[in-house]
Write a protein that binds this ligand. Structure first.
Ligand code: NDP
Length: 257
């Protein structure tokens, strides 16, 4: 790659906040952003867990762990102000943390429906709004929200998750409509079936697992590392004219007839 191509993807001098960077997709994203040159605020519920922070510091980047519990609205309102205080600025926000609750729709408990909406939708809104206020003021910023294949498909036994992720996809478009003219890019990443803790139960069901593998054109589940390029692209100048888009990273699932 030529120096000018590399510069297009460089995040040198940028400050990124990543929710749910302790493991899975969020961890890979946080490390990818740091490898591209960004300093990182890790937003997580267990601030005593400094494993990823230490990995990022070993890359020579500044990295701080700050508290965020996406289940708690009050905590969500405090996260971006904490990033601004600890890091001095925010250029990139990655709303990655999420949860899933599986029950048949006829049995789906109301409490679980509410918590899934809070964690996967309302928290994304609260953090996007707070970061957006700052970014609109400085007329620059990148917000990347994690959607899902289930933003576009209903799934089975995950009605609240599908509803929340569908709404995240719409919020991405709504925010980009308002903020595109003010220097802020709001985009999303929609993972397909990825080998993380979220899918551990599903992957232990050998029959279902084999059915899914057959359905995925690339013939395998994705890995967290499959998201490194996508997140750096959407966080960098390489995607400056991309707004309101959702980049599907699914091994071809969505395109399959
Ligand atoms: P994991 O279950 O592996 O990791 C979830 C992350 O979210 C962890 O860092 C976890 O932190 C954090 N988290 C969960 N609850 C809270 C909370 N209350 N407050 C703060 N952080 C919390 O998930 P994935 O990496 O697989 O998923 C990442 C994103 O990608 C999610 O938004 C998910 O919905 C989405 N996605 C995943 C797919 C997949 O196949 N895996 C498919 C489509 C979308 P902690 O370590 O503290 O628990």
């Amino acid at each position: 790659m030529s120096a000018s191509h590399l510069a297009l993807f460089s995040l040198q001098g940028k400050i990124a906040a990543v929710s749910g960077g302790t493991r899975g997709i969020g961890k890979a994203m946080a490390i990818a952003l740091a490898e591209a040159g960004a300093d990182i605020a890790l937003l997580q519920r267990d601030v005593a867990n400094t494993e990823v922070r230490d990995e990022i510091r070993a890359l020579g980047r500044k990295c701080e762990v700050l508290h965020l519990d996406i289940a708690d609205h009050e905590s969500c309102t405090k996260a971006i102000p904490a990033v601004l205080e600890a890091m001095g600025d925010i250029d990139i926000l990655i709303n990655n943390a999420g949860i899933q609750k599986r029950h048949k729709s006829i049995d789906f408990p109301d409490d679980d429906f509410n918590i899934v909406l809070q964690c996967n939708l309302k928290s994304v809104w609260t953090l996007s709004q707070a970061a957006g206020r700052h970014m609109v003021q400085k007329r620059s910023g990148k917000i990347i929200n994690t959607a899902s294949l289930l933003s576009f498909q209903g799934g089975i036994n995950v009605p609240a998750y599908a509803a929340a992720k569908g709404a995240v996809a719409t919020v991405i478009k709504a925010l980009s409509n308002e903020w595109a003219s003010q220097g802020v890019n709001v985009n999303g990443i929609a993972p397909g079936y990825i080998d993380t803790d979220m899918n551990s139960a599903l992957m232990q069901d050998q029959t279902r697992y084999r059915q899914l593998l057959e359905r995925i054109p690339q013939g395998r589940f994705g890995t967290p590392e499959d998201f490194k390029g996508a997140v750096v692209y959407l966080a960098s100048n390489a995607s400056n004219y991309v707004n309101g888009e959702i980049l599907v990273v699914d091994g071809g699932w969505m395109g399959k007839f």
